[in-house]
Design a protein around this ligand. Structure first.
Ligand code: F0G
Length: 395
């Protein structure tokens, strides 16, 4: 029903590999003529495993009921950008980020392949999600984090769910390079997004958008290691090939100014990135200089006639505050990058009046309380009396 193929040379590759002999990334290719699609895009009962016919596993899934996240119509944001804007709030998945969609598939695949341990490098969310699903599956989990550069909520999750948490004196790109080698040597299943099965779970974001809304004109996604935008594009592409939708939305990737290799490649119309040596941004989740799925992401952007954009830390925080205070949607900084990007594009006249846009907000506000205190300040403290409190109440 499906095979694993190299995106560079097209060679068919064995399920236990992560990359082709030629170094190319792998992709799960379904024989869409043979797939029996048993779900309808009717907006009902949405969750990852509704789309099981298009998910490459053969055993009962390890699931914590991921997906089925709300798609909010963002009224005030729509007014600001003069478009019809929706927020797909992935921060409401079980571990608080979109990673759960990939992990339910990735961990299930690990069991299918008889693996006893899993590992990942992470800017935080992947580790939190992997630790949670490994706990549910009863297998060991190892996570490598850039020491001191991961939001507190994410570290707390990885620790509490029982993963072995290892801080690396380096950045995410160093951690990923190391964990890839360690997995090879110690026969551990690697669950970074270089693993094509994880991306299969994440493509269900596209399925759910199509399921609930139909096809928007544009989908805006924050980009770090570049797996998610690639996965979402793949999801739309499959539905299109199956003739379940009649077009594919423009894929828009937003990076942080200090960590923007994909944006730079896009500006130069290239298919390859030049890694950024010392990536830096307040949005630590996307503080990545050498995104592993860059080629897939650029293909998604070019093929969908989309684009890439960058936003500053100040723009990210402004968008985070706007979403929280004006729309009631609490997201972490990296997630707000998608909204900051949309606002910037609209200011520059790049968004057509009234077009239908979905911004994917990838992680929950609670993930990064330290940044909140930095940008909002701490609560006021007063004496324990009605008078003291009344001084602060508007009357
Ligand atoms: N938003 C959040 C909240 C993330 O945690 C990530 C990635 C992204 C966006 C970017 O997604 O990497 O697929 O382009 N976080 C990874 C991690 C790298 O380790 O948690 P991407």
């Amino acid at each position: 029903m499906y095979s694993l193929r190299c995106i560079e040379c097209g060679k068919k590759v064995d399920e236990s590999s992560y990359t082709c002999e030629c170094g190319g990334l792998l992709e799960v290719i379904f024989d869409l003529n043979a797939v029996e699609v048993d779900f309808r895009l009717d907006g009902k009962d949405m969750h990852v495993w509704k789309y099981r016919a298009l998910l490459p596993v053969s055993i009962e899934p390890i699931t914590l009921k991921e997906g089925g996240t709300p798609l909010y119509k963002a009224k005030k944001l729509s007014e600001v950008v003069k478009a019809e804007v929706y927020i797909k709030h992935e921060g409401l998945n079980p571990s608080g980020s979109f990673k759960d969609r990939g992990m339910t598939v990735g961990i299930t695949k690990a069991l299918e392949l008889n693996k006893k341990a899993v590992a990942c490098a992470s800017t935080g969310n992947t580790s939190a999600s992997m630790a949670m699903y490994a706990a549910k599956a009863g297998i060991d989990a190892y996570v490598l984090l850039p020491a001191g550069k991961v939001a507190l909520g994410k570290v707390a999750q990885a620790l509490m769910h029982g993963a072995k948490v290892i801080g690396i004196k380096g950045n995410f790109d160093d951690a990923l390079r190391i964990v890839r080698e360690v997995c090879e040597i110690a026969d551990i299943y690697l669950l970074n997004s270089v693993n094509p099965f994880r991306l299969e779970g994440q493509k269900t974001i596209a399925y759910e958008i199509a399921d609930e809304l139909g096809v928007p004109d544009r989908v805006v996604v924050p980009v770090g290691n570049a797996g998610n935008i690639s996965a979402i594009y793949k999801g739309f592409h499959e539905l299109y090939k199956l003739e379940m939708i009649d077009r594919i939305p423009k894929m828009v990737g937003i990076q942080a100014e200090g960590a923007a290799p994909i944006y730079k490649a896009f500006l130069q119309k290239k298919n390859n990135i030049e890694p950024v040596e010392n990536p830096e941004t307040i949005a630590t989740a996307i503080r990545i200089g050498n995104p592993v799925s860059a080629k897939k992401a650029l293909r998604a952007i070019y093929d969908s006639k989309g684009l890439a954009e960058v936003v500053s830390d100040a723009e990210i925080i402004e968008a985070q505050k706007f979403l929280a205070a004006k729309e009631g949607i609490g997201v972490e900084p990296a997630s707000a990058a998608s909204v900051a990007g949309l606002i910037k594009l609209a200011k520059n006249g790049m968004i057509e009046r009234g077009e239908k846009v979905v911004c994917v907000t990838t992680g929950n506000l609670l993930k990064d309380p330290e940044t909140v205190l930095k940008v909002c300040g701490s609560p006021v403290v007063v004496g324990a009396s009605v008078e003291e409190v009344l001084k602060l109440v508007r009357r």
